[in-house]
Every structure is written in C-alpha cells, then in structure tokens.
Design a protein around this ligand. Structure first.
Ligand code: FAD
Length: 319
C-alpha cells in the first residue's frame, strides 16, 4: 500500500491531537507514516504508533536551523524519498505555510482548510467548508502529490496500535536562499487551559456577558469542563478577553466536540468560525437570536442566571 505522510506537530514536546487526527485520516488513503522534524523520543514514537503510524521518519539534522523553512526542506525530501499517495498537514499558521511552500517546490496541488478527506478513485477527495460555512465543496488535487491541510477537530481520533519502524531521513541542504531568519522564540504564557484549536470543549462569551466581571463566568465554565475560552468579536473589542481567542471570520476557526455560546447573537461572521462544532449549545435571553438556528440545544435565559446554575449542577454531579 502506498504511504501517506503526516507532518507531525508537537507542542511542549507532546504530539498535538490534530496530528493524531491526521493519522486517522491517512489510514483511509493508504499506509499512515509520520514525519518528525527535529529530535524525537520514545514517547513520541509510541503515541504515533498507537494511532497507526507504520513508520516514523525522523529528520533531526536541521533541528537548530535559524531559518523558517527547514520543515519545508524536510517535507520535500520526504516526498522525494517516499513518493507518497498524499501529504497531510494541520491547517494552522505553521502547517499551512510549510505545506504551501512545499507545494510550490514540488509543483504539486494543495488544498487548505479541509474538514474531511476520503479516498477517491484517482486520489483523495477533500471537503472544505466555504462561504462562512454555508456551502461544502469537494475538490481533488490533479497535479503532483496531493498536499492537504486539515483543520483541527475535523475527525474523531481512532486508535490503531502498531509497532512503528523508525527511519532516519537524509535531508539535502536547501538549494534556495532563505528569505526569513528566526531571531527569537518566546513561549506564550500558559493560561493552564487547552489550546483553542485543540480543545474538545470551547465556552465562548459575547457582548451579552455584560462586563469583564460577567465574562469571568465563561472562564469558570470552561475550567469546569476542561475546555478553552473563546469569544465573539464584540467581546474582544470590549477587551473583556485576549484578542487571540476571537472566533469567526476574522478570528480563529474551531470545531470542538462541544461549543457553548454564551450571550452571543450568532452573526454570520461569528458562525463562520464555529459552526463545524459537533454539538452547539446556546444561552441567550432573546429567543429570536440567530445562534439558535444552528444550536443543538438552546437555553432562553439570562447568562448571569443560567451559567451559575450550570456550574452548580456540574459541581453537584461531580461530588
Ligand atoms: P451582539 O450581536 O451584540 O449580541 C449579544 C447577544 O447577547 C444578543 O443576542 C443578546 O440577546 C444577548 N444577550 C444580551 N444580554 C444577555 C444576557 N444577560 N443573557 C443572555 N443573553 C444576553 N464577529 C465575530 O464574533 N467574529 C469574527 O471573526 C467577526 N468578524 C467580522 C468581520 C467583519 C468584516 C465584520 C463586518 C464583522 C465581524 N464580526 C465578527 C462582528 C459580527 O458581525 C458581530 O457584530 C459580532 O459577532 C457580535 O458579537 P456578539 O454576538 O457578542 O454581540
């Protein structure tokens, strides 16, 4: 069976959930193999094997390269060596940039922001959610090695334990002159909550939370559910939360298992970033709020009453 390369992303040394989702998708298309840029360890190999990676290609020679493009060199070298049926990367700042640069170098087609990938007769069939999520489009790469950037939380992770073979990948030095040099990296101060892109539960607040203090309830509910905090643009404009948690057309796109929208009207620009969520719960005092049109469960009520009651109920059931 032809191999399908999954570009591994790690955060704080841990393989991202999004990478494990890609391994699940890769198994639909061929033989999943993982590509690790930089030094690896037994824990990384074990988790990749647990999720179906038959091989783990490791390229650690360029780990300390000061330029932004070493992963592109690694991916291009891997495609040349393996001749895969497809390459899957995580759609995000890094994955999409690496994929785009690799596609140019390989003269291959690329599809970004995919929400599903299945095997087709002549290559992977890729689904994208377009026009603020109001349409689904299915496309296929028709030139070169299909490179697909898949949004996190698009697929349920399946375990498929195998014992992976670890293989060192030789990467020739890049022929091109790097245009960008990384001069400093600084880890973001952790909130202790899961990353918005990886979280299985997201609690998002909007203008209806009323005040910065009122918005605090969003964080409390997120913590009770082990989830991440999100927000509408109105809430971020009001500086009730950090700008980087804005969800929507000009913010982040999330698709968690559970999305709780609190005091959010559900403008189309907000829905564009969350309507792929598995289960949507909305709390809003206006029964005509557009968010209810896409909610699986709706509570018509005041967030300052409903959220404390919900927190109390969670606490009681956990006791
Ligand atoms: P509002 O629309 O003011 O809604 C507040 C809601 O809270 C109302 O439905 C109200 O009934 C309810 N409410 C009030 N008080 C309570 C209470 N006590 N209890 C329960 N419910 C209550 N928006 C985004 O979110 N993300 C984007 O990325 C984004 N990009 C945009 C890009 C462009 C080009 C433009 C033009 C707009 C964009 N917007 C975006 C803005 C978007 O159009 C909306 O203005 C915004 O989403 C509204 O935020 P909101 O729902 O929090 O506020």
């Amino acid at each position: 069976m032809t191999e399908v390369i999954v570009l591994v992303e790690r955060r704080d040394g841990t393989v991202r959930r999004a990478t494990l989702e890609l391994l699940t998708l890769a198994a639909r298309l061929g033989e999943p193999v993982a590509l690790v840029c930089g030094p690896t360890d037994d824990a990384t190999t074990a988790v990749l094997g647990q999720h179906g990676a038959r091989k783990v290609y490791v390229a650690d020679a360029l780990a300390d390269d000061p330029y932004l493009t070493p992963k592109v060199d690694v991916l291009v070298a891997a495609v040349a060596a393996v001749q895969p049926a497809a390459v899957l990367v995580t759609a995000g700042a890094e994955g999409t940039e690496v994929a785009a640069r690799a596609a140019v170098r390989l003269d291959s087609g690329i599809i970004t922001d995919a929400v599903d990938v299945v095997a087709g007769e002549s290559g992977p069939l890729v689904t994208q959610s377009v026009f603020s999520g109001s349409w689904s489009a299915q496309s296929q790469v028709v030139r070169g090695t299909p490179i697909v950037a898949v949004r996190p939380n698009s697929v349920t992770i399946e375990q498929a334990p195998v014992e992976p073979v670890v293989q060192v990948l030789e990467v020739p030095a890049s022929a091109g002159v790097p245009g960008v040099r990384v001069t400093r990296r600084e880890a973001k101060v952790s909130t202790g909550r899961p990353d918005l892109a990886d979280a299985t539960a997201v609690v998002a607040g909007g203008r209806g939370m009323g005040s910065p203090e009122g918005f605090g309830l969003v964080g409390q509910l997120a913590d009770a559910l082990g989830g991440a905090v999100g927000a509408s643009r109105a809430a971020t404009d009001l500086t009730w939360c950090a700008r980087d948690v804005q969800i929507g057309q000009t913010g982040k796109t999330v698709a968690p298992q559970l999305y709780i929208a609190c005091g959010i009207s559900g403008a189309i620009q907000h829905r564009a970033g969350m309507q792929g969520s598995r289960t949507i719960v909305a709390v809003n005092k206006d029964p005509k709020a557009p968010i209810f049109a896409i909610a699986d469960f709706g509570v018509v009520g005041d967030v300052q009453v409903v959220l404390p009651a919900l927190l109390k109920e969670i606490e009681t059931r956990r006791a």
